[in-house]
Design a protein around this ligand. Structure first.
Ligand code: PLP
Length: 388
């Protein structure tokens, strides 16, 4: 059968993830050091894994409330209040989701009518543009640049606004650049959102992983912003819980209600075992987060130093666990550089163009890999750069 006409147009039009394509090439190769996957190398802390096991032992294998276990929502509400300085009611303003990934999809589908425009900054997480397209929206990327550390300024956003603009999507600290947004810039962006009556989807999944200035300011905490922000956060990164697939959205009740409508029919609820683990993470997990963070900090400093020394210039990223060095000046495209590096040295890193057009000429190197491996990877990469 010819399936071309059977697949929905908005799905067929979306390209496959550039990361996935690249990592299929890595599969089956021995001795590859991967700086590729954006996933903590740490095991989920034992007490959190144990809570999942214990929950199964106790026979907790049922559905939960569509919104998620109330105990978990209460803990999320407290955590968000302490960490992001913004209060959400556990009963009606918090939705537990299957990762931030599901929350992104729900938020877009809950907000967009066909043709509505979503402004977001690039380079960015690979799912944004496809998720917008599959929710029938129009993706409007705004480029950020190496010269100012890939920071986002309100002026850049202003140029992209027109009468169809409805939503602003933010992610900071940013995947893949590690850039953060300074408070003053965030205030200007917030004012712009108020002036243009935007809803903001703010993906702050890396907010615990900030190194030089650990005080993360959420856009939801700025005056007038709680009512127009969907704050997305989750357990994958800071708590090293990617496989538990657990995230959450905090937003005004009518928005949570709309997102919940989709979630209850498509997902019903997030897995109860993961929710039990997340309860333990919030009750007794923050010390482990601090330890992992201290290790990422050390690795970041090492990787940034080595990359700059070998002639791959990069800014010092304020957060997340990525460094985004420039490779374009060596006469190779991002893909060519990544492929040749892999072939010559068995070091895998993601070509920057996977994160949007303005990522061309860069490489994403993830430092959620052991220090021993990072040292070997940097040695091999240096040898490769010298050979060009
Ligand atoms: N948002 C960003 C910016 C990410 O980098 C990722 C994963 O890499 C996600 C969301 C997805 O996170 P989750 O595992 O919670 O679905």
């Amino acid at each position: 059968m010819d399936y071309t006409s059977k697949i929905a147009k908005q799905v067929a039009a979306v390209p496959r993830s550039g990361i996935r394509d690249f990592f299929e090439l890595v599969q089956g190769r021995d001795d590859v050091i991967s700086l590729g996957v954006g996933e903590p190398d740490f095991r989920t802390p034992w007490n959190i894994r144990e809570a999942a096991i214990y929950s199964l032992e106790k026979g907790h294998t049922s559905y939960t409330s569509n919104l998620g276990l109330l105990q978990l929502r209460k803990l999320i509400s407290e955590y968000v209040s302490d960490f992001f300085s913004v209060h959400y009611k556990a009963e009606s303003e918090v939705l537990v989701t299957v990762g931030v990934s599901e929350a992104i999809d729900l938020a877009l589908r809950a907000l967009l009518n066909p043709g509505d425009e979503v402004i977001y900054h690039e380079p960015c997480y690979v799912s944004y543009s496809p998720s917008i397209a599959m929710a029938y929206g129009k993706a409007v990327p705004v480029a950020t640049f190496k010269d100012d550390g890939f920071s986002l300024k309100a002026d850049k956003l202003r140029d992209a606004i027109n009468e169809r603009s409805r939503v602003l999507m933010l992610n900071f600290p940013t995947n893949p650049t590690g850039a953060t947004i300074e408070r003053e810039d965030l205030e200007e962006i917030a004012q712009l959102c108020i002036d243009h009556d935007f809803i903001v989807i703010s993906d702050e999944i890396y907010s615990e992983l900030r190194y030089d200035d650990p005080n993360h300011v959420s856009i939801a905490s700025l005056p007038g912003m709680k009512e127009r922000t969907i704050l997305l956060h989750g357990f994958s990164k800071a708590f090293a819980m990617t496989g538990f697939r657990l995230g959450y959205a905090c937003a005004p009740q009518p928005i949570i209600e709309a997102m919940m409508k989709i979630h209850q029919y498509s997902m019903l609820c997030a897995p109860i075992t993961s929710q039990s683990a997340a309860i333990e993470a919030l009750q007794n997990g923050t010390e482990a987060v601090e330890k992992m963070k201290a290790s990422y900090h050390q690795r970041r400093d090492y990787m940034v130093k080595r990359l700059n020394e070998m002639g791959l210039p990069c800014h010092t990223p304020g957060g997340a666990f990525y460094v985004f060095p420039e490779v374009g000046h060596l006469g190779l495209s991002s893909k060519e550089f990544a492929m040749q590096l892999l072939d010559a040295t068995n070091v895998a890193a993601v070509p920057g163009d996977a994160f949007g057009g303005c990522g061309e000429g860069f490489l994403r190197c993830c430092y959620a890999t052991s220090m021993e491996e990072i040292v070997i990877a940097m040695d091999r990469m240096e040898g490769f750069v010298r050979s060009l």
